[in-house]
Write a protein that binds this ligand. Structure first.
Ligand SMILES: Cc1ncc(COP(=O)(O)O)c(C=O)c1O
Length: 439
């Protein structure tokens, strides 16, 4: 071991002796608030309304197991070999069939398979953004994408959303302000369907408006759509990419409609961009994993995957109903939330004066976890709000989680009215959750 990597006896090994060698971009790499929560929130006694883990308990593991067995048996030598940097051609054809459900008419040549859509966000940012370039994001936005933008030293500028999704006027103003400051907007990152974390969906009339604003300002749209097929009450919305092929890079994923463990997602890009994405993919991973791709491909060709998605939608709808029912019944006046039409998330804003981040330790003591709104803003705002996920716990657990959360909010409100402050030094005993056989 080189001298400078040795630790003298008695010197804490927790000190990072490499600290002066890291690239500047690592300063932007911090554990997300969600990761920091993970250890606590995954304890069985805690009702976690925090994580966004898909609930794959309904997957027919015998069918998947059989398909994987056959894959090894029949195509093992291909499945366990390196593959093409762009991804398996058959899977790319199947991906085009999936996207056709959202009105997208695409050619498999323009699809690049990625390691989850998370890697697609990374590759797109890698090929477009230099340090200091601006990415426009909804306010709030997906924490994993914000992490990528930070890692590439982009500046994130938020544009407002409301119940109909991203507000076109706010987007136009944000772009104009950035351009007036002499900076370049490289793309607008948007999650049009069943937004993570806001739960809202971009209305049909706004879709055309958002495309128009971006076209006129010469800004690329990065459409991230992992939840699009998980609507509860209607056929899928038409993708932005369905209306415009040139100015949009579309990202999809099998994580929420099949299983995240395979880590298979994709990007659909204009031809020239696709070329760059393949080069970026090759330098990042050589090729996306053959085994996962062929397993997903076998699942799509041999299983009723649309029927499976229907089952997922029904399960998530039941959980959404449990969450909204519990919020309607139990939440105190002053708290507001939306009713998502699909996906995994509700965005809840606390009564005035309360701070979701400061309240979190108290909530965890009360055995309920959520993600504070601050995780979803690059500028640290959002403290009065939180993301509640209903995808994973059972309806009974969801209701119990909301009941515990309401207890914490009420205690917090009492503290404020008594001492003029909530969580913090004045905080007294933690809220004690009553005994329950749900914990
Ligand atoms: C909006 C959004 N984009 C991308 C991802 C990444 O998904 P994956 O990499 O599993 O495809 C997620 C995961 O939660 C997400 O919510």
């Amino acid at each position: 071991m080189p001298e400078n990597r040795r630790h003298a006896p008695g010197v804490s090994t927790r000190l990072d002796t490499y600290v002066d060698r890291y690239a500047a971009r690592t300063k932007g790499m911090t554990a997300s608030e969600i990761r920091a929560l993970f250890a606590v929130a995954s304890r069985p006694e805690v009702v976690s309304l925090a994580g966004g883990m898909p609930n794959i308990s309904g997957l027919p593991l015998d069918v998947v197991g059989g398909a994987i067995h056959d894959l090894v048996d029949e195509r093992g030598a291909v499945a366990m070999q390196y593959g093409s940097g762009q991804g398996d051609p058959t899977l790319r054809e199947q991906i085009c069939e999936v996207m056709a459900l959202e009105g997208i008419d695409a050619h498999p040549d323009d699809v690049v398979v990625t390691v989850g859509s998370q890697q697609a966000v990374d590759l797109v940012t890698r090929i477009f953004c230099d340090p200091g370039d601006v990415v426009i994001c909804e306010a709030p936005s997906y924490v994993g994408a914000l992490g990528v933008f930070r890692a590439y030293e982009c500046e994130v500028v938020h544009a407002a959303m409301d119940a109909e999704g991203l507000v076109p006027e706010a987007l136009a103003e944000a772009i104009a302000a950035v351009q007036a400051a002499g900076k370049r907007v490289k793309f607008c990152y948007t999650i049009p369907n069943f937004h993570n974390p806001a739960g809202v969906t971009l209305s049909a009339s706004r879709r055309a408006e958002i495309l128009r604003v971006c076209r006129e300002a010469d800004v690329l749209v990065l459409e991230d759509n992992p939840y699009g097929l998980l609507g509860f009450d209607r056929d899928p919305h038409r993708a932005l990419r369905a209306e415009e092929a040139d100015g949009v890079v579309y990202l999809g994923s099998f994580s929420k409609t099949f299983a995240p463990g395979f880590r298979v997602g994709w990007a659909l890009a204009p031809h020239a961009v696709r070329e760059k994405l393949v080069l970026a993919q090759e330098s990042a991973t050589l090729c996306p994993p053959s085994f996962s791709q062929l397993a997903v491909s076998a699942y799509l060709s041999e299983h009723d995957w649309l029927g499976q998605i229907k089952q997922f939608r029904e399960m998530y709808r039941e959980r959404r109903d449990a969450m909204i029912g519990a919020l309607d019944d139990l939440m105190p006046a002053g708290a507001t939330w939306n009713v998502p039409e699909g996906g995994f998330y509700v965005w809840l804003t606390l009564p005035d004066g309360l701070d979701a981040k400061a309240m979190l330790p108290r909530a965890v003591t009360a055995r309920v976890a959520y993600v504070p709104g601050t995780a979803f803003f690059a500028d640290g705002s959002g403290a009065q709000s939180m993301r509640l996920s209903y995808c994973y716990p059972t309806p009974e657990r969801i209701r119990e989680g909301v009941r515990r959360l309401v207890g914490v909010i009420e205690q917090e409100t009492d503290l404020r009215s008594t001492f003029g402050t909530g969580s913090g030094p004045v905080a007294g005993r933690g809220y004690e959750a009553p005994n329950t056989d749900l914990s």
